[in-house]
Design a binder for this molecule. Sequence first.
Ligand SMILES: [Zn+2]
Length: 107
Amino acid sequence: MNLRKGDLVEVIAGEDRGRRGKILRVKLTKDSGRYRVFVEGLNLAKKHQRARGTTKPGGIVDLPNSMDASNVALLCPKCGKRSRVRREPHEGRRVRICQKCDEIIDV
Ligand SMILES: [Zn+2]
């Protein structure tokens, strides 16, 4: 699994194909062992939210639904291309490195 919260990704399959967004959350599905991601502004679903006190009114809000991690591709923040990554140790920790431009993705 090479995706993380905060990564910029491009959708490569499904209705939102070609659209880009930032990963808000990564979730591991226990039964299938697959990863799902929530991408900002994509795959929106209407959620009916109950009012919680006076500060959070209820109503219908658009919230991103999760999509399978295999439907998105990481966009390298350095070269801007859809990229695969490899992992290498760097200064005592493992970092992700873009296969296209050889730059370290994690800062
Ligand atoms: Zn790159």
